[in-house]
Design a protein around this ligand. Structure first.
Ligand SMILES: Cc1ncc(COP(=O)(O)O)c(C=O)c1O
Length: 485
């Protein structure tokens, strides 16, 4: 066994600990999917993967581009003349043409409202590597970042595992659509200080995963001012910047610090970006730290030796990203397809009265199943989630795994599948909800008349611990309600 608490622990404390976060329910759902993956032709009863924020909707456009541009690959007759130059390249500054293309593209995604300096673009292994690098540069073990909830679960790994940073929640609520307020931020900041924790940064994701919403200009300006006033870093994960498909438009922190907060201390502002979501290229492992702080750029660049992007990938992307006409077409078409998918999914849920938080970005919806909980607890949420994963066979992600303080919210990814699979998933959800509504109605009706419900015994113990309104009780074949009907 690798871990252990004995005095002769073989590995480092970090390696032996569970800081990777693999034990979270977020990953449990993945395991269920791995054991019985849905396939339209070969396994129609399998688990549908809706826990993976992956963009498969526009890959055909990239495939098409690469076929029309064989010179972008060093492994084709048209591109082989570059083979030696590229295969021999290993400078951690990255190919100049790659950084230039990346900076130009980042500006294009932000509708040309802001320009990026190629000399501030630092390569990392995905946005995952970018966060790890930033945490290494910005904070010491035990320092904290404040993070609005709900937030991307793997931040617990990316920011904390190696660097020992703590993430402290800034509690956001459904009452204002989980909008971050200055009051909540100040309350989290003061709370940390009272506990003697040094706050080194505020970490936001804009557009948000899991909410699928964009942050407005005023909130971003408030954050930039707060960072300047309190000398804390503002780290903005903008990985979904190019996946905004409806109004309001995306506003980048880059734009806000230029236009709205003239006195902003730019040394505190850092952006993490990646091509994993907007292009659906997580396998390329292309992440970026874009920092306005020269020292962070210098240190992150040295760090990038640990997570360099292959020069072959840089070469290919340099060509593709600098094709401005293709990029414009790609971004417009991708947004159109994301909108169509989102609208269809949300409308399908509405048919059975299930609402989602109004979203305009991302590859998922934040689904409100609060009305289906046995009670307003995280246990009840996980109970419902287990039914959805194991009986309804949809791997959605429970709000608790995103540190959401209000039970009953679920993130459902819908851009990682074809239309037909999405319809199967929708059908399953609708059938499940209707079943629940039907039972709930029957229960209400039964509750109005005097009756004695006798519950059978299972394994010597009474099964009455299963609450009657529990979806577990609804669907489990051993359920007293199933026996009663
Ligand atoms: C908000 C956010 N940041 C970072 C990542 C990690 O992305 P990458 O594949 O570039 O490491 C994800 C992936 O789901 C994400 O949603």
């Amino acid at each position: 066994m690798a871990g252990g608490s004995s005095a002769e622990q073989l590995l480092s404390r970090i390696a032996s600990g569970d800081g990777h976060g693999e034990n979270s329910s977020y990953f449990d759902g993945w395991k269920a999917y791995d054991m019985d993956p849905f396939d339209l032709r070969h396994n129609r009863d399998g688990v549908i993967q809706m826990g993976l924020a992956e963009n498969q909707l526009s890959l055909d456009l990239i495939e098409q581009w690469s076929m029309e541009h064989p010179e972008a690959s060093i492994c084709t007759a048209q591109g082989a003349s570059q083979f030696r130059r590229i295969a021999n390249f290993q400078d951690y500054h990255g190919l100049p043409e790659f950084r230039e293309a990346m900076a130009k593209f980042m500006g294009q995604v932000r509708a040309g409202k802001v320009t990026f300096d190629p000399d501030r673009v630092v390569m990392c292994g995905g946005a995952t590597g970018a966060q790890d690098t930033l945490a290494f540069c910005l904070a010491d073990p035990g320092d904290a970042y404040l993070v609005p909830t709900p937030y991307y679960p793997a931040f617990d790994r990316d920011c904390c595992w190696r660097s020992g940073v703590k993430l402290l929640p800034i509690e956001c609520h459904s009452s204002n659509n989980f909008t971050l307020t200055r009051e909540a931020l100040v309350s989290a900041y003061d709370g940390a200080r009272r506990q003697g924790v040094r706050v080194k940064g505020v970490l936001i994701t804009n557009p948000s995963n899991p909410l699928g919403t964009t942050m407005d200009r005023a909130t971003l300006a408030m954050l930039a001012r707060f960072a300047t006033e309190h000398r804390v870093h503002l780290i903005c994960d903008e990985i979904y910047a190019g996946s905004v498909f409806a109004k309001p438009d995306f506003v980048s922190i880059a734009e806000v610090i230029e236009r709205d907060v003239p006195g902003c201390n730019r040394d505190l502002i850092h952006i993490a970006y990646s091509l994993s979501k907007d292009f659906g290229l997580p396998g390329f492992r292309v992440g970026i730290v874009y920092s306005y702080n020269d020292d962070v750029v210098a240190c992150a660049r040295k760090m990038s030796s640990f997570g360099l992007v292959s020069s072959q990938t840089q070469h290919f992307l340099a060509k593709m990203l600098s094709d401005a006409e293709f990029m414009a077409r790609f971004l417009a078409e991708s947004a159109r397809r994301l909108a169509a998918r989102h609208d269809r999914f949300v409308a399908g849920l509405r048919e059975v009265g299930i609402a989602c938080l109004p979203g305009n970005a991302g590859l998922f919806s934040w689904m409100d199943l609060r009305g289906m909980l046995r009670d307003k607890t995280h246990d009840a949420e996980l109970e419902l989630w287990r039914v959805i994963v194991h009986k309804v066979k949809l791997n959605v992600s429970p709000g608790t795994s995103f540190h959401c303080n209000e039970p009953g919210w679920f993130r459902v990814c819908h851009a990682n599948m074809d239309d037909e699979t999405m319809e199967v998933a929708l059908d399953r959800i609708r059938r499940f909800v209707r079943q629940h509504q039907h039972k709930a109605k029957a229960e209400r009706w039964a509750a109005t008349r005097p009756m004695r419900l006798s519950l059978p015994r299972r394994g010597g113990a009474t099964a009455s611990h299963l609450p009657i309104s529990s979806p577990m009780a609804l669907l489990s074949p051993q359920s007293p309600m199933v026996h009663a009907s």
